[in-house]
Design a binder for this molecule. Sequence first.
Ligand code: TXA
Ligand code: MG
Length: 349
Amino acid sequence: MNTKIIKIDPVHIDQEEIEAAGKILINGGLVAFPTETVYGLGGDARNAEASKKIYEAKGRPSDNPLIVHISSVDRMTEIVKEVPPQAYLLAEKFWPGPMTLILHKNDRIPYETTGGMDTVAIRLPSDPIARALIDASSGFIAAPSANTSGRPSPTRAEHVIEDLNGRIDEIIDGGAVGIGLESTIIDLTEEVPTILRPGYVTLEMLQEVLDEVRVDPGLIAADSKRKPKAPGMKYRHYAPKAELLLVEGDNTKVVDEINRLCELAVREGKSVGILATEETKGCYPKGEVLCIGSRKDEDSIGRHLFGILREFDRMQVDVIYSESFSDARFGQAIMNRLLKAAGHHVLEV
Ligand code: TXA
Ligand code: MG
């Protein structure tokens, strides 16, 4: 399949191109597009065949449900059984934005879209290209992250091209995304609203709106026997090709330990990638050092994480040693992705 690649400026949206992309979706085709979190691979959420194509293009297990993207809050009522009051409270505060709600679905959303589940994930993104595309389509775009299953989520169109060129109808290049990690998922079908995936909307922010919120116990302990409730969180994910080891502890000790490990690996003839920060990037004499951002600017770390993991793939390093980060607030999402990328392979110093 020949994939059409088009550039759209988010500030001056080319409405003709958007209408054409909307037609592709209405006709059952697939279009990758930017959102504020990561790039999504869109298909018509109400078209079972389109959803099947999404799974096929990504190589994604078909029991892993897709997120349905809408562009106005009231359209949520068309695809769910009922909207609990918390959904409106959260929507008011965090939509449009990086938050996904899980609600009980109705018959308008096929099981192919929800991986056989009776619930549906819904998000109203803030990205102007995403919203224009939703409006130009049926109004319901099913979109997982636009990466090959298992690879780091795409934060630029180049990443989507790397993974999906030739497998889908169109890729809209709207530049680099702002947030860089996927949306926070909150399950409102449980007695107590439950975070299934941490993201830019943090636990603390949710606690300001809801009386009670908990974090899915399946997410917390690395060695927990509990399975995460979001099917996608159980798969090895975000993973670079090289083995990744996370080194945790006091900053100077971490640098010393990474240098020691690097020395040993280099002696064994391995090429080593080091995931460093603005503050430490000058402290590693050996290895391929990539700087993720400043510790003083957590947002920059989230924004660059997936791109850096892909960069290490491109450099074909054999092993990656990474510094680790605080898991407070947005750090919870950063550490969740890093730990998954590392397969929970952590060294405490
Ligand atoms: O930021 C995002 O959410 C991006 C952009 C494109 O919107 N999308 C995204 O989709 O990250 P995806 O498919 O890569 O991740 C969706 C996650 C998976 O872990 C999936 O298992 C979970 O949401 N999920 C979807 N529907 C669910 C449901 N009904 N119940 C529980 N988990 C669900
Ligand atoms: Mg994904």
